[in-house]
Design a protein around this ligand. Structure first.
Ligand code: SF4
Length: 273
């Protein structure tokens, strides 16, 4: 007998349905890893709303995260063994911007000048093959560069080392194929430009950090929940919404304020007691 949705998939779906709300590194309202995320999602994260991981992509997302976590641990362990000054899971606080996080790692190395040892943030990302091949050809995603740069800013270092690991294979008959375990790495100085606009990584990252802090302050002062990616819904629902743990809130509640958010949270908290 073959099941389309068998008992194992069914119990796993229930098991992962309400993922744990992890606290931010220093208790801040925002988290650095959300640096280019939908404003509305960032506010709901800050309010520690119950997350719902459901829908057709839930198990796929869960598996991708688990593979990612495992690869993070192995690469961090390898750095610990072979890079003597490496520290993993380094806490980063940027209180002026109401945000914090953990860098995957920090180490000191002479990258171009043998007489100069430079503090370097290590940021590891596992990618499905399409994203991996795209980045291998075109460069890393901006959001990953901004995240790593924010850690560098918070820690007062200037280099970011981005590592992408491919987590699955494309058919080998494709010209530009990738296998699980293929890796590509970049080293940036935060003063370098990262695109044709010639804006430095430092300037762009600072802009995002400050904008999100202003949005959070406005939300907490006025109570108005920003529209975020819902502003696109009249024409098209962005793919980010399909993977968002607050999709049900946006779909069912629409235009709400902080009082409504607190009521939804209280009702959710009550329902799991
Ligand atoms: S569902 Fe979309 S608009 Fe709503 S919080 Fe999530 S990403 Fe933002």
């Amino acid at each position: 007998m073959q099941y389309e949705t068998g008992p194992a998939a069914s119990v796993l779906s229930r098991y992962i349905r309400y993922p744990e709300n992890k606290p931010t590194a220093d208790g801040s309202f925002l988290r650095v890893s959300n640096i280019t995320t939908c404003d509305r999602k960032q506010m709901l994260d800050g309010m520690q709303m119950r997350r719902i991981d459901a829908g057709p992509n839930a198990i796929n997302g869960f598996v991708a995260r688990e593979i990612g976590n495992t690869m993070h641990e192995h690469i961090q362990a390898a750095f610990k063994e072979f890079v003597h000054n490496f520290e993993s899971e380094v806490e980063v606080s940027i209180p002026d911007c109401l945000t914090s996080g953990h860098a995957d790692g920090v180490y000191y190395a002479s990258h171009s000048n043998p007489s100069k040892s430079e503090g370097t943030v290590l940021e590891i990302k596992t990618m499905r093959n399409y994203g991996f091949r795209k980045a291998r050809n075109e460069g890393p995603k901006e959001e990953h560069l901004f995240q790593a740069c924010a850690y560098a800013l918070g820690l007062g270092v200037t280099k970011v080392h981005l590592v992408y690991v491919c987590s699955d294979a494309t058919p080998s008959r494709w010209k530009d194929s990738a296998r699980a375990g293929d890796m590509v790495e970049w080293l940036y100085d935060i003063h370098e430009s990262f695109d044709e606009s010639e804006t430095s990584l430092l300037v762009a990252t600072t802009y995002f950090l400050e904008q999100h802090a202003l949005t959070a302050k406005a939300f907490l002062e006025t109570g108005r929940l920003p529209e975020g990616l819902m502003s696109y819904w009249p024409t098209e629902i962005p793919w980010e919404c399909d993977y968002c743990p607050y999709y049900d809130i946006c779909e069912q509640q629409g235009d709400i304020d902080i009082v409504d958010v607190i009521k939804i949270k209280e009702a959710d908290d009550e329902s799991v007691k």
